[in-house]
Design a binder for this molecule. Sequence first.
Ligand SMILES: [Zn+2]
Length: 159
Amino acid sequence: MLKKREVYICDECGGFCEVNRCPIPQCIGSAKLTTIEIDNEKNLDIVKEALDSIGESKFKVLLSLSSDGPSDIDIVYMEKEAIISDLSNLDFIFNDIPAVVHKKMLKECLGIALLDPYKVIKGEDVKGLFIYSGRLYRDDQQTLFTKRYPLKIEKGVKA
Ligand SMILES: [Zn+2]
């Protein structure tokens, strides 16, 4: 089922922004409040497919204070089933962050921006999940975890 949500989208790179600035350091774009269509079932299938492709039943997950970039609240292990089940109860989109620096290494991840309230951990609202694939990130490889998932924009971003 398609749902409509209003989110901030960068007018330059088309990426998701939590507020009215683009999180990509090299990007000069500014974020515009934009109505997008979300297909939760399809997004959930993308997550399942990505996690299945790794072949693990548990994943290291960075619980983030921000939905558009990693801002650590905690790093936890989550069962694949728990990730899927939690996400099935929320509206979420992909934030297009393909990797996170962890212990001085760039680790491939699937970045998820939560659009609905999730857990409160250490007194902070968790707004983003960065699910580590367990692999190092290389930007010359296009894996399921690193490919872009374009947002479906209903109204034009440019006003
Ligand atoms: Zn941008």
